[in-house]
Design a binder for this molecule. Structure first.
Ligand SMILES: [Zn+2]
Length: 313
């Protein structure tokens, strides 16, 4: 089968590899759509904890051999520790994501545990379904921060994570939801999903600020735009570290919140939010277009609302 192999920094090649062999309890899916996002962008610059060569793609949907349309819940843990028992598998010492530590959806087929399959509603297009996984991250971030409906909220970045937060804000009845992004196309999508105000940037303070980008610039902006006593929530991965005036954070009593992936329940909530997305927001790509798209992202061209690999096309 055809697959995209990550072999090192800036080394992403299309290769013919053996079809996956399912272990006990696993099934093989024909991959229909796999979202391309910040994780893949970060990984082609620094593969990090991925074993190489790596088949990326953790936001994937496909069809079973009987033709059932499914999304894949990509996270697993050891199943034995306190974190796993509390349904917080991302805190397990053995946490693993399909498409990070094991082969994912940048291929024509993938073997996944049968327990990871979630049936897609027939009303959801493949393109809409590609928003479920990123939106599940947004649901977790929202639930970690727990904004009140009267809080003013700023979302930095209108990629899939930011759009999911805008949808979550509307779902929870939040009236003041600002979204910042350089892309007018993405800001239009944010308005469609529930943002009350959009702009390239904002200069006022907010009760809760989400940074979905994770660059030094966006993290700094997140801390600056958070009001005294407010909450700053971080879920982007663009850079590793940040220099911060900690004394000021202490005096201003700001709460810093980290948010990573999601539970199965949050994944199900994201499915509902994804139904508000428009199918034509997604740029469908073939295998040979993915690397160029990631390079365009690296160069700051974030014009499509979302890009996705369509392995069967
Ligand atoms: Zn565990």
């Amino acid at each position: 089968m055809k697959a995209l192999l990550l072999k090192g920094p800036q080394a992403l090649t299309i290769e013919s590899v053996p079809a996956p062999k399912p272990s006990t309890g696993e099934v093989v899916l024909d991959v229909e759509i796999t979202g391309i996002g910040g994780s893949e962008l970060a990984a082609i610059q620094d593969p990090g904890l991925r074993p190489l060569p790596n088949i990326m793609g953790h936001g994937l949907c496909g069809a079973t051999s009987s033709g059932e349309r499914v999304a894949v819940f990509p996270l697993s843990g050891c199943g034995r520790c306190d974190s796993c028992h509390q349904n917080r598998h991302q805190l397990c010492n053995e946490w693993s994501l399909i498409g990070v530590q094991r082969p994912g959806g940048f291929a024509e087929q993938v073997a996944v545990p049968e327990s990871a399959l979630i049936t897609l509603p027939s009303v959801l297009s493949w393109e809409q379904a590609s928003f479920i996984e990123p939106f599940a991250n947004s649901v977790n971030a929202w639930e970690r921060a727990q904004p009140k409906p009267t809080d003013s909220v700023l979302i930095i970045g209108a990629g899939s994570l930011g759009l999911g937060l805008a949808a979550a804000a509307r779902h929870h009845g939040c009236a003041s939801v600002a979204v910042s992004d350089p892309s007018p196309t993405r800001l239009e999508a944010a308005l469609a999903l529930g943002a009350s105000e959009v702009a390239r940037g904002f200069n006022t303070g907010f009760d809760v600020v989400f940074d979905t980008v994770g660059s030094e610039q966006s993290r700094t902006a997140c801390l600056q735009r958070t009001r005294k006593g407010g909450k700053a929530v971080f879920l982007g991965f663009a850079s590793q570290s940040l220099s911060v005036d900690f004394s000021r954070l202490i005096r201003e009593q700001k709460t810093l919140i980290g948010s990573f992936v999601f539970s199965r329940e949050q994944f199900m909530k994201a499915m509902e939010l994804a139904s508000g997305c428009h199918s034509d927001w997604v740029r469908n790509l073939s295998f040979d277009e993915v690397f160029a798209e990631l390079q365009a992202y690296s160069n700051g061209n974030f014009e499509p609302v979302k890009s996705a690999l369509r392995p069967q096309r």
